[in-house]
Design a protein around this ligand. Structure first.
Ligand SMILES: [Zn+2]
Length: 344
C-alpha cells in the first residue's frame, strides 16, 4: 500500500498545501462526514444508534498496522461499503510523527494526556499541542447534543516495539473502584485480545483520559508488533478488523458470551522508573513482553539501586532503558484469576 495516497492524506495528515483545512461531505446513504482537523474525522449516520465510538491510531506514528486498519475503514465508510450504525470519531492521533516516520517527533504522546501536556509552562512541542487538542476533540465529540444517554467507547490501537508472549493484549485503565465490563472483555476477546493488563493507578495515557474524564469504556489495545508500512500481515489483524467493523455497523452487536476462563488477567506488580543517568536493564534487548522471571532475578539497576523480582513469578512488560530520566522504564505484572475481578 502507498501511504502517500492523496485521498487519505486529505483527511489524515497535516499537508503542506493545507488540503486538510475543511471538509464536509454528505454520503448517498445519509452519513455526514466532518473533518475537524488533520486526522480528526467525525462520521454520523442519519439514524445514529446508542453508542458513540472513538477509534484512534498513531499515538505512536510508526505503529502502522492500526493506521492501515483505520485507513481502510474510513475508505469503506466513504464508499458506502461500511454503513455506520453509530456516531464515530476516527482519529489519527499524531500525523506529524507518521510523516516523520517515527514513534514521536519530540515526546512520547502517550505520557501527555489528562493535562500532562501542560505540566511545564512554556514548554511547547508538537505532541503537547496535539494531545491538548485531542482531549478537546474527544470531549466535544462525546458531549454532542442529546448524546448523554449513549454508551461511550474508545479503542486506542497500537502495536508494540517488541515481541510479546501474548501477541495481543489490552490495557484496562484504572477505574477508581468501578467494576470491569464483561461486555467489553467479550468484545476484546472477539477482537482476538484475551490478555488484559489492569492498571491500578491513574496514568497519562489517552485511554485513561477517555475512561476517567469522559466516562468512556476505553482501552489501549496492542495488536501485534511494529512493522513498516506495507509489511504488516493484515491477516493477523482480521479478528480485530471484523469486530470493530461489526461494532460500528450493527445497531446491537452481540459478542461471545463472557467466560472468565477465556481471559488471562494481569495486574501491575511494580513500576520501575529511571531516575539516574546510569540506568540498566539486566536482560537481553529482544526479551518478549510478558516473559516470566523468577524470584530474586536482577531486572534493573538505577544507579546504585537494584531491582530484583520480588514475587514467585513476575513478567516484564514495556521495558525501555532509554526513556527520559523520571519516566517509566519497566513494568512487572503478575497473573491473577479472572474470578477475582469485580464485573458487571
Ligand atoms: Zn504505541
Amino acid at each position: 500500500m502507498n501511504f502517500a495516497d492523496a485521498d487519505f492524506l486529505a483527511w489524515s495528515c497535516a499537508h503542506p498545501d493545507g488540503v486538510a483545512d475543511q471538509f464536509h461531505q454528505r454520503l448517498d446513504n445519509g452519513t455526514e462526514l466532518q473533518l475537524w482537523d488533520s486526522g480528526v474525522l467525525v462520521a454520523e449516520p442519519a439514524q445514529a444508534g446508542d453508542k458513540q465510538v472513538v477509534i484512534s491510531c498513531a499515538v505512536h506514528g510508526n505503529e502502522t498496522a492500526p493506521i492501515e486498519l483505520l485507513r481502510d475503514m474510513v475508505a469503506d465508510v466513504r464508499s458506502g461499503k461500511l454503513q455506520l450504525a453509530h456516531r464515530t470519531l476516527f482519529l489519527i492521533a499524531n500525523p506529524a510523527s507518521i510523516n516523520a516516520g517515527r514513534r514521536f517527533v519530540e515526546e512520547n504522546m502517550n505520557r501527555l494526556f489528562s493535562g500532562e501536556h501542560s505540566n511545564a509552562p512554556g514548554m511547547i512541542n508538537p505532541e503537547r499541542e496535539r494531545a491538548a487538542k485531542l482531549e478537546q476533540y474527544v470531549q466535544q465529540f462525546y458531549s454532542a447534543a442529546e448524546a448523554d444517554e449513549k454508551t461511550r467507547l474508545h479503542y486506542d490501537l497500537h502495536t508494540a516495539i517488541r515481541d510479546s508472549a501474548h501477541e495481543k493484549f489490552a490495557v484496562y485503565p484504572f477505574l477508581h473502584g468501578k467494576p470491569y465490563s464483561k461486555e467489553q472483555l467479550s468484545f476484546l476477546r472477539d477482537c482476538g485480545v484475551t490478555t488484559i493488563l489492569l492498571n491500578q493507578e491513574p496514568t497519562t495515557t489517552f485511554s485513561y483520559f477517555s475512561s476517567a474524564h469522559c466516562q468512556a469504556h476505553a482501552f489501549t489495545v496492542e495488536l501485534g508488533k511494529v512493522k513498516p508500512f506495507g509489511e504488516n500481515d493484515m491477516r493477523r489483524f482480521a479478528d480485530a478488523d471484523r469486530s470493530l467493523r461489526r461494532l460500528l455497523s450493527e445497531s446491537a452487536p452481540q459478542w461471545s458470551a463472557f467466560d472468565s476462563d477465556k481471559h488471562q488477567i494481569y495486574e501491575v506488580a511494580r513500576t520501575i522508573n529511571r531516575t539516574q543517568q546510569d540506568f540498566r536493564l539486566h536482560f537481553a534487548d529482544d526479551v518478549a513482553n510478558f516473559t516470566p522471571f523468577q524470584q530474586g532475578e536482577l531486572l534493573a539497576t538505577d544507579g546504585d539501586i537494584e531491582y530484583r523480582v520480588e514475587q514467585p513469578q513476575e513478567r516484564i512488560i514495556f521495558p525501555n532503558a532509554k526513556v527520559a530520566i523520571g519516566q517509566r522504564a519497566l513494568l512487572t505484572v503478575v497473573e491473577i484469576p479472572a474470578q477475582r475481578l469485580q464485573l458487571v
